[in-house]
Design a protein around this ligand. Structure first.
Ligand code: ADP
Ligand code: MG
Length: 219
C-alpha cells in the first residue's frame, strides 16, 4: 500500500485515514492491531479491493488492485487472495457446501471436483457431514469456520483475516489458531490478520499498530 488515503463522510463528520504506506512481503505473517475504529477492517478491505482508497495505490502480487474494476477484481482474486471478513457475509439461506463453493462457481471447476475440494476443506474444520446444512441453523462459531473454509477452498496465496478468533473460545479457538499458523508455515500463504487476541498476535512476525503509527482519525 503506497500513500493510501481514505475519508468517510458521515453526518457531515469525516474520518480520515491518510498517507498510509505498508509493504508486506510474500510469506510474511503480519498482524494489524489497534483500538476499535482505528481502521483495521478498512485496511483489509482496501487490500482485498472491496473498499477503494481515495488516493494512493494498492498492489497485491505485483498487480494494482486499486486500478481494477470491481468486476475484474472479483475474478482476479481467485487463488490469489481470500478474506475471512469480520462481519460474516455468508448466505444464510444456502447450505454450507454452497457457501464454501460460492467463490469458485465462476472458475469453471467441474462440479464433482469442486465438491471434493469443498468436502476436503470442511473436514479440516470438523464440519464433515455439514455440507447440506443451511447456514441459518449454525452457531456463530460454526459460521466462523464456514467462512474460513470458504476463504481456503481456492488455495489463495494471500489470506486476510479480520478478527477471526474473537467470536470463538475453547477448542474452536485452538483449531482456528492452529489452522492460521499452518496456512502460513506449512502452506506458505501470506497472512494478514486484524486482531486483539494475544495468541493470534503471537503468531505474527510483525505487528502493525494503527493507533501508534498508522492513520490519523479526526471525528
Ligand atoms: P476497526 O476495524 O479498527 O474497528 P474500521 O475500519 O471498521 O475500524 O472503521 C474505521 C473508521 O471508519 C470508523 O470510525 C468507522 O466508523 C468508519 N467506517 C468504516 N466503514 C465505514 C463506512 N462504510 N461508512 C462510513 N464510515 C465507515
Ligand atoms: Mg474491524
Amino acid at each position: 500500500m503506497d500513500n493510501v488515503s481514505k475519508t468517510y463522510y458521515v453526518n457531515g463528520e469525516q474520518v480520515v485515514f491518510s498517507n498510509f504506506s505498508l509493504a508486506i512481503h510474500e510469506g510474511e505473517f503480519v498482524a494489524i492491531t489497534g483500538p476499535v475504529g482505528s481502521g483495521k477492517s478498512t485496511l483489509l478491505n482496501i487490500m482485498f479491493g472491496v473498499t477503494r482508497p481515495d488516493y494512493g495505490e494498492v498492489a497485491v502480487l505485483g498487480e494494482s488492485v486499486s486500478a481494477m474494476s470491481s468486476r475484474d477484481v472479483s475474478r482476479w482474486r481467485l487463488g490469489r487472495i481470500s478474506m475471512v471478513p469480520q462481519v460474516q457475509d455468508l448466505l444464510a439461506d444456502f447450505s454450507v457446501a454452497e457457501n464454501v463453493a460460492f467463490p469458485m462457481y465462476f472458475d469453471g471447476v467441474a462440479r464433482d471436483a469442486l465438491l471434493d475440494r469443498v468436502r476436503t476443506v470442511l473436514k479440516r474444520f470438523g464440519l464433515e457431514g455439514y455440507d447440506g446444512t443451511v447456514v441459518s441453523r449454525l452457531s456463530v462459531g460454526e459460521r466462523q469456520l464456514v467462512a474460513f473454509a470458504r476463504a481456503l477452498v481456492s488455495e489463495p496465496a494471500v489470506l486476510l483475516l479480520d478478527e477471526p478468533t474473537e467470536a470463538l473460545d475453547g477448542l474452536l479457538k485452538d483449531v482456528v489458531v492452529a489452522t492460521i499458523r499452518s496456512e502460513n508455515v506449512v502452506r506458505k500463504r501470506t497472512v494478514v490478520i486484524a486482531s486483539h487476541d494475544k495468541r493470534a498476535l503471537g503468531l505474527a512476525g510483525r505487528v502493525v499498530n494503527l493507533s501508534a503509527k498508522g492513520p490519523v482519525f479526526s471525528l
